[in-house]
Design a protein around this ligand. Structure first.
Ligand code: HEC
Length: 116
């Protein structure tokens, strides 16, 4: 309970102070963009522990940022799904790959949260 509250406070804090665009754009360019993007490896279940740790950190930062469009509640839900899936993979839970594939749906998220 205490942890949940702290997390909420942290999210609210960073949402108002972090330059949101930068955090999200950086995560997209680093992990999603292109044919050899790390997210493909994560979806295939072949990402290394270091790669998983890296992408997790980025998603956590993204979660605290404010998307250009859409509600914060929806954004948090989508980011948390990504985070949960990566954590499953870190725990060597094989269902994590399928959960990640669902969570990393580019179009579903862009339609709701990407501006322009
Ligand atoms: C959880 C939501 C979410 C998912 C999933 C997602 N994106 Fe994004 N993406 C965004 C948002 C929000 C932006 C807009 C960022 C901004 O303009 O500040 C964006 C922007 C981008 C950009 C433009 C970055 C730039 O240079 O400005 C690219 C490229 C991109 N996404 C690729 C992808 C690809 C490829 C996937 C799927 C493998 C994907 N994204 C999945 C939310 C998401």
């Amino acid at each position: 309970m205490k942890l949940t509250l702290l997390t909420l406070v942290a999210v609210a804090f960073s949402a108002s102070f972090v330059r949101a665009d930068d955090v999200i754009e950086e995560a997209m360019k680093k992990f999603h963009k292109g044919d050899t993007a790390p997210c493909k490896k994560v979806a295939a279940g072949t990402a290394s522990d270091a790669e998983l740790a890296d992408i997790l950190k980025s998603y956590q930062a993204m979660c605290g940022a404010k998307p250009p469009k859409g509600t914060q509640a929806s954004w948090t839900e989508k980011c948390q799904a990504l985070i949960a899936a990566v954590k499953q993979l870190q725990a060597k839970d094989a269902s994590g790959a399928a959960a990640f594939k669902k969570a990393v749906n580019c179009k579903a998220c862009h339609e709701v949260h990407k501006g322009k």
